[in-house]
Ligand binder design. Structure first.
Ligand code: GMT
Length: 379
């Protein structure tokens, strides 16, 4: 084997959340660069489905064990156990844990069992803003961060917040999310767009896991205001606990016939590529990967000025920002963009340029690889 080849393990959430998406896209890129990548977890991550090959990335399923005395499963311990086996069997030097709880804690556990792997933890957002803020997890989250061999965060906002709220004093490197600009492009085939909207209708889009932080009801409120002024449709992609409320609100506001709930699927680039406007009114958002994916497809973004969103969406350049919950301002901004073709086109192009010049994998993946080498003492 090539001595410069890295052997890494990756722990991440398998569902359709941004942290698992970033972990998967990064793992694929690291494997393409000639390294050995082993995902370990309870289920194949969402965007890894159908992707691994003879050269990896590989997926190792953690075993579970139901025992009458245990009233809850222990995913952290089963992941640590599976990771220990992978470290021993494949000589994994480094574990990349995405999300503090339970992944960084599981990785630290396997490090202490084997004495062999080093641990790099990437903080994605809700691991600090929600989970880490919970008294039930405050000490374990802080410990996981402090004890990692290196820590990264996906925005400056998140790095600062982690230091302030958890009183963390280890260095936190900011490495933003990235987007595959070849996959996330404008879709020009009119037959695809025609499946969802008439040519004269503006097509608005929201993609998320429909959790309370996403404020999906604001998406519907903004859309109802837009649709009262211009012909428009809204695509709601994803699934989660707030879906029913959004559906009911669309009924109440009389726009249900123009709102399409498409459920959750991994190939979001198709709908991103045909949209005219992306809505992200979250009240907490450490970065906003979906907004970046929309920008790569030349779609202007109207979003809340929350968390790290201003580090991604430049107000007046690649979209418009408004205060959290200000649905009138968001609708006004959306209409200004959709009614003015020059603004619409120039914001879309600026979004694409930002994706290429600031968030391209060729700029971001090397930052992670350099962090890996530093942790391993190879530089
Ligand atoms: O957005 C979510 O609820 C999913 C969440 C996750 O941890 O899976 O996403 C977080 O990580 C993404 C990738 O780094 C970021 O782009 C999202 O902004 C962040 N979500 C929040 O902070 C709410």
């Amino acid at each position: 084997t090539d001595p410069s080849q890295l052997k890494i393990a990756v722990l991440c959430h398998s569902g359709a959340g941004g942290s698992g998406v970033v972990a998967t896209e990064l793992g694929l890129e690291v494997a393409r660069a000639g390294n050995e990548v082993h995902f370990v977890g309870n289920a194949v991550p969402f965007r890894l489905q159908g992707m691994g090959g003879a050269n990896g990335p590989y997926f190792h399923q953690a075993s579970s064990f139901a025992y009458a005395l245990f009233d809850q499963p222990f995913p952290e311990l089963t992941a640590a156990n599976a990771l220990t086996e992978v470290i021993e069997e494949y000589g994994v030097q480094l574990t990349h844990a995405h999300y503090a709880i339970p992944h960084a804690t599981a990785a630290l556990h396997a490090r202490s069992i084997t004495g062999k792997t080093r641990v790099i933890t990437t903080l994605h957002g809700t691991d600090v803003t929600l989970v880490g803020a919970e008294p039930a997890f405050r000490h374990t989250t802080r410990h996981a961060i402090q004890q990692s061999d290196a820590v990264t965060a996906v925005s400056q906002f998140l790095a600062d917040l982690t230091r302030e709220t958890l009183k963390v004093d280890v260095p936190i490197e900011v490495i933003p999310n990235f987007v595959d600009t070849q996959r996330f492009v404008r879709v020009t085939d009119p037959t695809i767009r025609a499946r969802f909207a008439h040519p004269e209708e503006a097509l608005l889009l929201h993609v998320s896991n429909f959790r309370p932080v996403k404020r999906v009801e604001d998406v519907v409120e903004v859309f109802a205001r837009v649709a009262s002024e211009i012909p428009a449709r809204l695509l709601m992609v994803g699934d989660g606990p707030e879906r029913t409320r959004a559906f009911e609100l669309a009924q109440q506001l009389g726009v249900i016939g123009r709102v399409h709930f498409l459920g959750s699927f991994p190939d979001v680039q198709t709908v991103m590529g045909i949209a005219d406007l992306f809505l992200l009114p979250s009240n907490k958002e450490s970065f906003g990967l979906a907004a970046l994916e929309a920008m790569s497809c030349e779609v202007p973004v109207v979003a809340a000025r929350a968390g790290g969103i201003p580090e991604v969406v430049e107000d007046g350049v690649t979209g418009r920002l408004a205060e959290v919950g200000d649905v009138d301002a968001m609708a006004h901004a959306a209409l200004e963009i959709l009614k003015n073709r020059d603004v619409y086109l120039s914001m879309g192009q600026a979004g694409r340029r930002a994706a290429l010049e600031k968030f391209h994998p060729s700029l971001i993946v090397p930052q992670y690889l350099a962090a890996y080498r530093r942790v391993l003492g190879q530089v």
